[in-house]
Design a binder for this molecule. Sequence first.
Ligand code: ATP
Ligand code: MG
Length: 653
Amino acid sequence: MSEQHNIDNVMHEHRRFEPTEGFRQRAHIPSLEAYQSVYRQATEDWEGFWRKQAETELAWMQPFTSVFERDDHGVRWFDGGTTNVSYNCLDAIIAAGQGQRTAIIWEGEPGEIVRLTYNELLQQVCKFANVLRGLGVQPGDVVSIYMPMTPELAIAMLACARIGAVHSVIFAGFSAEAVADRNNDASAKVQLTADGAWRRGKLLPLKQTVDQALAKSSTVQHCVVLRRTGQEVPMTAGRDLWWHDLMSQADDHCPAPALPSEHPLFILYTSGSTGKPKGILHTTAGYNLWAKLTFRWVFDWRPDDIYWCTADCGWVTGHSYIVYGPLSNGATILMYEGAPNHPAEDRIWDIVERHRVTILYTAPTAIRAMISWGDQHVEKHDLSSLRLLGTVGEGINPEAWMWYHTKVGGERCPIVDTWWQTETGGIMLSPLPGAIATKPGSCTMPLPGVVPAIIDEAGEEVTEANQGGRLCIAKPWPGMLRGIWGDPQRHFTQYWEAVPGMYLTGDNARRDEDGYYWIMGRIDDVINVSGHRLSTIEVESALVSHPRVAEAAAVGRPDALKGQAICVFVSVKGGEPDEELRQALKLHVRKEIGALAVPDDIRFTPSLPKTRSGKIMRRLLRDIAEGKKEVKQDTSTLEDMAVLAKLHENDES
Ligand code: ATP
Ligand code: MG
């Protein structure tokens, strides 16, 4: 074993959950053999597999002439073909006789409910597409969207897609500065927003933030404002227009134009967990195909499902698994505007019960919060409609997985732990719920067409089981990113340079003796203790398995003797932490994973610094562990500056 090249695996998780017979019988891919057979087809006849999928899943106005091309300018999937993402999500479903099916069930935070059929959604999308055209938006122009989670947000995205405009959705919690940065980076021409949004019973002043942003966004010519909350907002004459005024005049006829396969569809900025966010570019046909197929494979979707993804459309999860993936399959999606704990900590379960949700897709950060709120909120609701659960965004600690499995899933619902990135466009590694037995904390196996490789520090492929290394993808896939907006050099150096011929994900992983993948955290976050390279998630999961720990983040800090020492930041539940708990946690880690991983420092904190998408920002904690007083890193995506200030304060005391 070459310690300096690989990452040590110290966590041992042996629980395993087979899909129930009932689930299997109704699943699209009902056995491990069936999965293996599709996987084999996709790798053995790679081109033929993608040709067939593209031909059957997408509507082509002009058929494509080649499956995949690569040259100095990048990659081209389905070259020569033309299609339209909005057509595939709406017109194609209606043409198949499903126009009366509910597309969106929307619930506002104050409780109002709106339902839109595919016919109604198409009508709204056509009208708004005409509104955008009326404002001079041409194919290739960038439209910046800073809106609350309302049906109009999805309508806006689909309207852009329809006319070939490129949307850049910015999560409606970002500051004016962040909006202006993104608008300038993308040269946005039109801004879409709302007067305000509801969040935890309060009004967020979206228009006010946009006004500040637009003062610094010189390329933006118009701002369309949706009336959501009814609060008073100033309107700048000539620039600002009301959504409802424009829509009342708009024609609802707007045939979808044919767009080339590689026509840009959207720009989306990454979460900023590891540094300054990157503006990732996705294009038309390949992305659409990947979102559509992966949605059906992973969620084993059926027409009678009520599917709810709790993400915001401001993240890639909202793009691929609220809008494009589900709608291009003809699914019924639930969209919720507000906070999960308003008016009480059971809002999520209340929604599941009332709408009879069958598939729930959420994030580990939300699950950890729900655990700390207490089981009584879950137990009071009838969750028997649920048949499948999913997670995305971070690794899920096995104990949080077990809670989700027992308390939410009633031990009957498979859990799909889906690993993917903004860059990958869609899910890459995940259980297929009727085919692959799950193990808590593992994203299990690659989807058909995904060829992962684990590469060590020397650039060699790791073949031995349970040896961690850099997770790479060895073959192109249709949903792959096409570039970083305006920065081709960073695109190359970040993803394609380190391991020739492969896509570098930036995460570490190991593959176990059964061929299951376990994500071990970010490459930059590895902790190097006396020549052993440890993964953050394993240390964190050991801590989270202690009943008093709500959340934990592990980082390395320089140590003269060991190279690095392990410093963990822990937030606890069930009372104030004390010295006794600190010692108990050290013992617990020793027992769970061994002496090597026992933290040198345990720092208690009421909360951890997170991105606005809810991910722990270990890079900021690294500075604090090191005792750095000044914050020199990019904090534009930090959710709450106060958390950082508090950690610095604790440092001083
Ligand atoms: P940035 O690239 O700006 O640092 P980010 O990587 O957090 O931000 P995203 O694209 O939103 O931005 O997140 C992708 C990352 O999230 C993955 O690289 C991985 O580290 C983590 N991740 C997502 N899903 C999982 C999962 N199921 N298990 C483990 N990690 C996951
Ligand atoms: Mg990333």
